[in-house]
Ligand binder design. Structure first.
Ligand code: 13P
Length: 251
């Protein structure tokens, strides 16, 4: 029998670098009015400026998890421009996104730093959400499974196999305005590899140009237990519509 405290499906969004405080509050207030399907765990990841405002409306321990898009691996210190895990936790975050491809591509995020951040999150009781994924060149070269498996292995180095960590497969070629949406058959092998390397305690989410048109197919891929969405969930109606699709397919 499954443990009712362990979600059977996940739906989440990162707002990336969008939304004012007023927009963030309006979205959070709309989420606070939703009755979520049993077993479905929704999460929302505002920019750092809005974590506290969103968490005031969606407090820790409530049905919607609030996250941070990144945090430093040190707890405090002279790191201008950075925020730490204790700081985002103090603001109300209980989930930490780590290693998104935009951070790997533009901000020097390495596998080693991803691992340090996973340990920092776990030290403070914050759930890590580790993003992995290959770029178009790596896929064309046939090295997607190998590359992504090594990203997962590096992220989880030194983490006990029973410790919950969320893994998100986000192929770089599928993400963002210039991305090509993946078909379910494109992701089957990599999802299976992530599930194998990650182990049974680790839900695997899929992200990259998820939309109302392709969500049902993507959530039906064996091993995918959630969707992680950017643009299609930046309006709250998109988020709730996608949540319904996920709930129907996997709870
Ligand atoms: P899009 O859904 O906008 O492609 O972004 C996906 C993503 O990067 C989620 O983290």
């Amino acid at each position: 029998m499954s443990d009712p405290a362990v979600p059977s499906a996940w739906i989440g969004t990162s707002w990336k670098m969008t939304k004012t405080l007023a927009q963030a509050r309006e979205y959070a207030q709309a989420l606070a009015r939703v009755s979520w399907a049993e077993g479905l765990q929704p999460f929302v990841i505002p920019p750092a400026t809005a974590i506290s405002a969103v968490a005031d409306i969606l407090p820790p321990g409530g049905p919607v998890l609030v996250g941070a898009q990144d945090a430093h691996w040190e707890d405090a210190g002279a790191w201008t421009g950075e925020v730490s895990v204790p700081q985002v936790k103090d603001a109300g975050a209980r989930l930490l996104e780590i290693g998104h491809s935009e951070r790997r591509a533009h901000f020097g995020e390495t596998d080693e730093r991803v691992n340090l951040k996973v340990h920092a999150a776990l030290r403070h009781g914050v759930l890590p959400l580790v993003c992995v994924g290959e770029d178009a060149e790596q896929r064309a070269a046939g090295s997607a499974v190998e590359l992504v498996s090594s990203q997962v292995r590096a992220a989880l180095d030194g983490v006990a196999s029973s410790t919950q960590v969320l893994l998100a497969y986000e192929p770089v070629w599928a993400i963002g305005a210039g991305g090509t949406p993946a078909a379910p058959e494109d992701i089957v092998d990599v999802v299976a590899a992530i599930a194998e390397v990650g182990g049974p305690a680790r839900p695997v989410l899929y992200g990259g140009s998820v939309s109302l048109d392709n969500a049902a197919g993507l959530i039906s891929v064996p091993g995918v237990t959630g969707l992680f969405v950017g643009r299609s969930a930046w309006e709250v109606e998109g988020f709730t519509a996608l949540a319904e699709i996920v709930a129907q397919r996997s709870t």
